[in-house]
Design a protein around this ligand. Sequence first.
Ligand code: GLV
Ligand code: GLV
Length: 335
Amino acid sequence: MRVFVCRRLPESALAVLTDAFGEREVAVYPEDRVIPREDLLAAVRGVEALLPILTDRMDAEVMDAAGPQLKIIANYAVGFDNLDVPAATARGIAVTNTPDVLTETTADLAWALMMAAARRIGEGERYLRAGRWKSWAPMLLLGVDVYRKTLGVFGMGRIGQAVARRAGAFGMRVLYHDTAPLPPDAEAALGATFVDKTTLLRESDFISIHCPLTPETRHAFAAPEFHAMKATAVLVNTARGPVVDEAALADALRHGEIFAAGLDVFEREPAVHPDLAGCENAVLIPHLGSATAETRARMAEIAAANIIARLRGEIPPNCVNPEALSAQACRTTRK
Ligand code: GLV
Ligand code: GLV
């Protein structure tokens, strides 16, 4: 068996893999749940390619359990904080992700959360379904406007830019913060202004998080940040849970330090901090950023294409660690 897929995926991608390698060379974890660690360590033995999803931790132990013939780990996600990239690079293993195809889908979801949090959609739905709606009322479930407000994008990569582009239709001013500004033409096309983090916190009505999870971005949003934000501000996170300190966010939401939050990702998925679950002004959804039928199929096809390229001895199109494929590593592969 050459390829192990850690979770059942859209059929189109499995077909691409079985066409390329034959049905007997592709195994898929049969249960519809996160593969237990022991099963993972046993299943990977001897494979050349692994296709994990973002809940599967891919560290040195897994790579060594697979063995020296492992050539690629094709993550079914754009984020790859579940993967020990240096360990893969040291072993000549290519790591790939699924960028681009999920950019617009995730940007749509960030907007859905922004608007749901601003206009109290979750609360309103719970209220109606509970049979509590007695009449239209001037003060019922008042939210905050989105139109003409200031959007702060934290992390101006592909997804951050797609979120910023949509802000034009809402007449918004767009600020952003990242480790470096965009090139001037890209910035001008988006009508976005690079600011330091303090300015972003102070001036934004909406902050949408789009940075990767790294040691530097862990808890980038914690008590001091919530304190610096406007009392009417809305925070949205569709990136990675640990970028936000959930306990501190729950405190800020409870004490009115910010108006509301929309969260698609959590510090310890699938667990949600109990204090957060108790906040009416938090819109909470189960990591659905890329969850459309079209995008999930495209992500699977891209992961499959990366595997096929690598097992043919090519540099896979979405390789995040091309340095792993030094001349030496490629020669070994082609033997
Ligand atoms: C989802 O969170 C992804 O990184 O693709
Ligand atoms: C992810 O693809 C990003 O660059 O935002």
